[in-house]
Design a protein around this ligand. Structure first.
Ligand SMILES: Cc1cc2nc3c(=O)[nH]c(=O)nc-3n(C[C@H](O)[C@H](O)[C@H](O)COP(=O)(O)O)c2cc1C
Length: 629
């Protein structure tokens, strides 16, 4: 079908509703990269084959990320009139048992993580009636504080069917913007909402659009930045995999607002599923006439190209990204001029992050006042984090800005992994800093995180505990930025290397107190003198760890000790004879052949052969291997 009018949209919506709320069973399997990596593909096949074998009529859907990545594979069973049940850590075997139970008209309790009522009258709102003891999703600590705007459809819709996106309110914003509002009124709405760019810097989106709209020159362009190269971050990938339509819709609205008729989605080629799903979303929008000439009869035309990036971190920087789209070397250039004035092919260009675009469509659909009512003064709306590291609950989390770090880590994250105390959190990826637990009362907002020595970044949040060495962490991020520095400017190219060499000396037990002073001086200099954000922020992990964890640096250089027991040159592994049962596991597994002992007799580690890989410590069933720090 083609969609030329608002009533065509209604028809499309009805199509989507018929699959989103079918008369029979609907089972969604979280099949974003996180789900697929844990075996969601096999679970999907098992559900399909078992349903076919039993002649059970059900609608099986590959959805995007359901959020609680640690509990993957996740399966979402919707029973009409009863609501939905979320099953965790599904296996093909349990998937077959699930279908067998459903065929008998039952819902199995095994693996049921949470219940989701469809409405007030659905049976799962009275949990005891359906599955006694299984909590409501909104009661799970992981979900309780979340507010999903950017991820509003993630894990719910089939990302391959724009109809389902429309059924959940998609494209209403587009119709409103194109048919009811002037381009300036759209910009005013985004300004009033208080939306700030979710790519890291937090620049006010409406202001950027205004600059582009007012800039002389045509054609103008809009770009979606889906490069996302931070280690440990996967928010943008997930949005593109799970709800690409929200990004497409946001970009058309943005194009209309600034006077652009061409858009580019730049996504790294290392994200093949995101490339596939966003390309399909663009193709569907083209087929329906939601992209192309005269969209919804408004007279406005817009097209989108998908460009695959080769996967260099610096290509996420806007001027480097533009150079990369133009076919040039992915290197940043000095600013100003900013892309809003002179961007792609030297023309005025708005470049926004994936999550920023996904927010735009929500804002235009529900209004600036609604959005501005979420978050805190100056930091409106929600932010998506990939919460990872030494934390009990990991996954993709969307919370209102202004939530404290403690609410995030202890509340959503459930505290340290295995009950261990959390020592620090790193936000902002390699450009961010490490904040100690004593600062967890701080709210998550752009200014507070920057003042504390970190940055909001694009949404990576890595939690660390007492077994994390902060010097080693700083060195890890420096390794990344040093490798990813494009080398164009000397401070970044040489400065990151110099810092890396000092950090290497320190973790190898060769550091001096003078090294600490030099490290601080070089870091300050690299920050001030680098050409682009990569070099300007690369010292953050070093400076923040020096600021908050100087005692750990001093233990390395003065006492030649790694308090966390991580740095190989500064630790020793010893088997405690009174605990060792002589099971021989460590002897068999040791890659260096450094462990000796008779069966059922205490074993011994030869320090000359031991490489201090800690494998014996990690696998010993009775905890007999001690890390001597
Ligand atoms: C080294 C470096 C890497 C960056 N990587 C990304 C990225 O992967 N995604 C992104 O949206 N912004 C990234 N940025 C920020 C962009 O330059 C730009 O500010 C952003 O795309 C603007 O979108 P926003 O206003 O919606 O945040 C990066 C910046 C630097 C300095």
């Amino acid at each position: 079908m083609s969609v030329h009018t608002r009533s065509d949209l209604e028809t499309l919506r009805a199509d989507g509703l018929s699959t989103l709320h079918p008369p029979g069973l609907r089972i969604g399997v979280g099949m974003a990269t996180c789900g697929l990596a844990t075996g969601a593909g096999d679970v999907y096949d098992a559900l399909r084959d078992e349903a076919a074998a039993r002649g059970l009529d059900l609608m099986l859907v590959a959805t995007g990320c359901i959020g609680y990545c640690q509990q993957e594979p996740l399966v979402d069973v919707r029973v009409p009139g009863q609501g939905r049940v979320l099953y965790a850590r599904m296996t093909p075997e349990r998937a077959r048992a699930l279908v067998a139970a459903l065929a008998r008209g039952e819902l199995p309790a095994e693996g049921a993580l949470a219940l989701i009522p469809e409405n007030q009258t659905s049976k799962v709102s009275e949990t005891s009636e359906v599955l006694p003891g299984v909590p409501l999703l909104s009661e799970l600590p992981f979900y309780a504080r979340q507010h999903k705007i950017i991820l509003r459809n993630s894990g719910l819709i089939d990302p391959a069917r724009v109809e389902e996106y429309v059924a959940r309110g998609g494209c209403q914003a587009l119709a409103h913007a194109l048919l009811d509002l002037s381009p300036q009124a759209v910009i005013d709405e985004v300004v009033s909402a208080g939306l700030r760019g979710r790519g890291g810097g937090g620049f006010p989106t409406g202001c950027k659009w205004q600059v582009c709209r007012d800039a002389p020159g045509a054609p103008k362009y809009v770009i979606c930045n889906g490069d996302e190269g931070d280690p440990g971050a996967y928010m943008d990938r997930t949005v593109l995999e799970s709800d690409p339509h929200s990004v497409v819709e946001g970009m058309i609205i943005g194009g209309y607002a600034v006077g652009a008729h061409e858009g580019t989605i730049y996504v790294r080629d290392e994200y093949p599923l995101a490339v596939e799903r966003v390309s399909r979303a663009v193709a569907q929008a083209e087929e329906l006439g939601l992209l192309g000439e005269d969209i919804l009869g408004s007279g406005f035309g817009f097209t989108i190209d998908v460009v695959r990036g080769a996967g260099a971190f610096v290509c996420g920087e806007e001027t480097a990204l533009i150079a990369s789209i133009e076919g040039g070397l992915g290197e940043p250039r000095p600013k100003p001029p900013y892309p809003a004035v002179s961007g792609l092919w030297g023309q005025p260009t708005v470049i926004n992050n994936v999550k920023t675009w996904a927010s735009v469509s929500a804002i235009l659909a529900r209004g600036a006042d609604w959005y501005a009512g979420i978050g805190v003064e100056g930091n409106r709306g929600t932010v998506v984090f990939s919460l990872v590291g030494k934390v009990a609950n990991t996954g993709l989390v969307e919370v209102p800005l202004g939530l404290t770090l403690r609410e995030m880590i202890d509340g959503v994250g459930g505290g340290g992994l295995d009950g261990k105390a959390v020592k620090a959190v790193q936000t902002g990826g390699p450009s961010g800093g490490c904040l100690p637990a004593r600062l967890f009362h701080l709210p998550i907002d752009y200014e507070t995180l920057t003042q504390a020595g970190s940055i909001m970044g694009s949404g990576g949040m890595v939690v660390m505990d007492e077994e994390t060495c902060m010097v080693d962490v700083a060195r890890y991020f420096l390794t990344f930025t040093m490798d990813e520095s494009c080398g164009k400017c000397t401070p970044c190219r040489e400065g990151t290397r110099a810092m890396y060499e000092i950090l290497t000396r320190i973790v190898e037990g060769e550091g001096t107190l003078e090294d600490l002073e030099n490290l601080e001086e070089i870091a300050t200099w690299v920050k001030a003198a680098s050409l682009c954000g990569l070099g300007q922020t690369a010292p953050n992990p070093v400076l923040s760890t020096l600021r908050y964890f100087r005692d750990e640096y001093e233990a390395h250089v003065v006492e030649k000790r790694c308090p966390a027991g991580v740095c190989r040159a500064l630790i020793r592994l010893e088997i405690q004879p009174e605990l060792c049962t002589g099971c021989g596991l460590c002897r068999r597994e040791c890659p260096a052949g450094a462990i000796h002992g008779e069966s059922k007799e205490p074993h011994v580690i030869d320090p000359d052969l031991c490489t201090r890989c800690r494998l014996c410590h990690d696998i010993c069933p009775v905890g007999a291997v001690e890390v001597v720090r």
